[in-house]
Design a protein around this ligand. Structure first.
Ligand code: PLP
Length: 400
């Protein structure tokens, strides 16, 4: 499905066809996204929002058109709630820093799951460290399922915000974010969802979820690197101070002080990566042309097929076996170091990720140094899975 639209997939590595299974790290880009980047720099490049000339006006229109597209894609209530950033990491840092500045004080508490990517853990540790507040963690089971009973018990009158990923990049768990949000809201506590691993696989409706913040990266959903989104409910964004100072985020500057721009520009200081934002628009068009649910279903078929075949390999051990999963498979073979498995797979043309996947606390939880991770995207095929399994079968005897 769709593989011919992605030129990089015609690449050979070590004289073998590339089998790209590192999609949770970043997805490859369809020709339509590459074309938009090319045409932007060939015929449209200009700084936006503050120009009167033709190119500046045209680039601004295209940029704001993508904001409308993102708004519809995640069903935000209004465009002012869609802030462009560099990616999930910057989006979460923005919220942690700005929400933290306004709403987190000494003795307050923040609830974060123990299966977060470092991007959704370290910013909270940092702001809590600055403010004299405390981070409390939601534990998870051996299968990789969050313990909701323990979660409910973490709330006190000092809880200020909850931050949880929609899909774990290491365990593949799809977390019950609807329930997590409902529980937090029953305590009047807002929730940030790290959507880095979900937007490319699950149709997201931020109003139906009723989340307060939703953060994601373009590059994990077929768009260029360098662009991401921080969705936030207007009521919070209005009250939060700007994250960075600079051009674009101001209404008026005098030597005495500054008044800030309206939403979303208050949070968009400096020149954004305009071409990458336009690429994000093309990536959304691509995803909608296939259908987000179709993409997710296709990936899960490959996931289920791969897991079934992997079970036959001696010493195979899966890390993350939650009943509700996305198409991410973390595994180990016997006592082999994940790095060795990844290196041998690479020599056979199969690209997977190895290591702690920026989730060291998950590795500590299982007492392992890391995992090997295979993750699927729209363009992967059953033939890719077969090649992956054949490669595993070839290397498994070398590892024991
Ligand atoms: N959160 C999760 C769950 C992720 O998987 C990742 C990246 O792998 C991030 C956050 C950080 O995303 P980025 O590096 O694009 O900012």
């Amino acid at each position: 499905m769709q593989e011919s639209l992605f030129p990089i997939l015609r690449t050979t590595v070590y004289d073998r066809p590339l089998i790209y299974l590192d999609n949770a790290a970043t997805t490859q880009k369809p020709q339509s996204v590459i074309d938009v980047l090319n045409s932007y720099y060939t015929s449209l490049n200009s700084n936006i929002h503050r120009g009167t000339h033709y190119l500046a006006t045209a680039a601004t229109e295209r940029f704001e058109e993508v904001r409308r597209k993102v708004c519809a894609f995640i069903n935000a209530a209004d465009r002012g709630e869609v802030v462009f950033t560099r990616g999930t990491t910057e989006s979460i840092n923005l919220v942690a820093s700005s929400f933290g500045e306004r709403f987190i004080g000494e003795g307050d508490e923040v609830i974060v799951s123990a299966m977060e990517h470092h991007s959704d853990m370290v910013p909270w540790q940092m702001v809590c460290g600055r403010k004299g507040a405390k981070v409390k963690y939601i534990p998870f089971s051996d299968e990789g399922v969050l313990d909701l009973d323990a979660y409910k018990k973490l709330f006190t009158e000092r809880t200020r915000i909850v931050a949880v990923n929609h899909v774990s990049n290491t365990l593949g768990t799809v977390n019950p974010v609807e329930e997590i949000i409902k529980i937090a809201h029953s305590h009047d506590v807002p929730v940030l969802i790290d959507g880095a691993q979900s937007v490319a696989h699950i149709a997201v409706d931020v109003q139906a979820l009723d989340c307060d913040f939703y953060c994601f990266s373009g590059h994990k959903m077929y768009a260029p690197m360098g662009v991401g989104v921080m969705y936030g409910k207007r009521r919070w964004l209005e009250e939060m101070p700007p994250y960075q100072g600079g051009g674009e985020m101001i209404k008026d500057v005098t030597l005495e002080g500054t008044t800030y721009n309206e939403l979303p520009f208050k949070f968009e200081a400096g020149t954004p990566s305009v071409g990458d934002v336009l690429g994000l628009g093309a990536a959304i068009d691509f995803m909608l042309s296939v259908g987000v649910e179709t993409i997710g279903r296709h990936e899960m078929e490959l996931h289920d097929y791969a897991v079934e075949r992997m079970r036959d390999i001696e010493g195979m051990r899966f890390i993350g076996t939650a009943p509700h999963k996305a198409a991410v498979i973390s595994f180990l073979i016997g006592d082999a170091h994940p790095y060795d498995v990844g290196t041998l797979l690479d020599k056979l043309g199969v690209a997977v990720r190895t290591g702690h996947h920026c989730t060291q606390p998950i590795m500590d939880r299982y007492g392992i140094p890391g995992t090997v991770r295979a993750s699927f995207a729209v363009y992967n095929t059953r033939a890719d899975v077969d090649a992956f399994i054949n490669a595993l079968n070839r290397i498994a005897p070398m590892l024991s």
